[in-house]
Design a protein around this ligand. Structure first.
Ligand SMILES: [Zn+2]
Length: 376
């Protein structure tokens, strides 16, 4: 139901933006100035006056770092890190993967998909919390740091207010507080909007506070009182206050999104967000891993941040490792570009999850041997 609402809104917004740029260049890369909307054609990165949350701003690919106080000489992204993304909740399998990660020089693991997708799962499911804690302890014993994935927003009311005084913000902070208290072994949180129940830009609110925000110029965004870039930064800040400030953990924004407009909003929010401790994880390609996609436009384009690349060695789109398909040259091609553009490491999926067979090592024999799972 929620996805349907989001998809309808995306379609509606896209139609609205098309109409806004109807006299423009028929662009498909959402970074051209729209000639028929002169309200904010002259905006720049450093004059964030609240008028450029729409398609017609021109900041997508010209980030020069002037949106913050650091320059290229002073920002230190820190050492590169290399991790594996685990998606299968079979405990025996997890131990197997952790041991191999330690042996192969991997320094961190992400717990995701069948293991955890929302931070609230730690708070609402004791059995899962115990599973995740035992995995984190085992990983630490192998010298691996541990990240958990978290979609925002999930399990929230269909409509809520973006007024910072609204109780929803403290509720979300409490969710992170409780989870990190329950499992202190968690070293970092990977935050994301894509595929959440409600992505922040599509949540309507008609209260006076939201209505009083400066309009974006996009009639459809304004109809639901949404300022997408500001909203994204509000979520970063709320989660950072707990994860970074209160618990001294790490926080990384995952940039996977479905629509060009959403990629634009997300990228702009990251370029503007003033806290550089917020790291970024970006897929090597936009959306899912189609091998003929261009490089992801957010690589090297998120302001001064430690950015890593999310890769798929689990081969979701080319046989889930059931077909011999090493792609060494392809992976090298992708990461060579990423590293040249500032990437500081990678995290790679090594499987597709418990019910989706496919693991990047020991295949196909390993998958058949594992709990007799042949054919799944
Ligand atoms: Zn409101």
């Amino acid at each position: 139901m929620q996805r349907i609402w989001s998809i309808l809104l995306v379609l509606t917004l896209a139609l609205g933006c098309l109409s806004l740029s109807a006299c423009g260049q028929g662009d498909d890369d959402d970074n051209d100035a729209s000639s028929d909307d002169d309200a904010d054609d002259d905006d720049t990165l450093d004059d964030d006056t609240g008028d450029d949350d729409t398609l017609d701003d021109d900041t997508l690919d010209d980030d020069t770092g002037d949106d913050d106080t650091l320059d290229d000489d002073t920002f230190d992204p820190g050492p590169a890190t290399y991790g594996w993304i685990l998606m299968d909740n079979n405990r025996v399998h997890v131990s197997d993967v952790l041991a191999r990660a330690g042996d192969l020089g991997i320094d961190n693991v992400h717990l995701s998909h069948d293991l955890i997708m929302e931070i609230d799962e730690i708070n609402n499911d004791d059995e899962r919390a115990e599973l995740l804690q035992s995995i984190a302890q085992e990983a630490h014993g192998l010298g691996l740091t541990v990240w958990v994935w978290s979609h925002e927003f999930t399990d929230v009311p269909f409509m809520f207010c973006f007024d910072p005084a609204d109780p929803i913000w403290e509720e979300r902070r409490d969710a992170y507080r409780e989870a990190l208290t329950r499992i202190p072994e968690i070293d970092g949180v990977v935050l994301m909007f894509g595929s959440a129940d409600f992505e922040p830009w599509y949540i309507p609110c008609f209260c006076q506070w939201c209505a009083d925000q400066e309009p974006t110029g996009n009639p459809l965004l304004d109809a639901i009182n949404s300022r997408p870039i500001d909203r994204a930064m509000m979520v970063y800040e709320a989660v950072a206050q707990v994860v970074l400030d209160e618990f001294d953990k790490q926080l990384r924004m995952r940039t996977f999104m479905h629509q060009p407009l959403e990629i634009h909003w997300l990228g702009e929010s990251l370029r503007r967000f003033p806290r550089h401790e917020l790291q970024v994880m970006t897929k090597d390609v936009p959306q899912d891993w189609q091998p003929y996609y261009p490089h992801d436009p957010l690589i090297g384009n998120v302001g001064h941040r430690h950015q890593i690349i999310e890769m798929d060695l689990g081969n979701e789109y080319w046989g889930r490792s059931l077909i011999l398909n090493g792609q060494v040259d392809y992976i090298y091609y992708r990461y060579a570009y990423d590293r040249a553009n500032g990437a500081r490491g990678a995290a790679a999926r090594v499987e597709r999850g418990a019910e989706r067979s496919g693991s990047f090592y020991g295949m196909p024999v390993g998958a058949c041997r594992r709990e007799g799972r042949s054919g799944r």
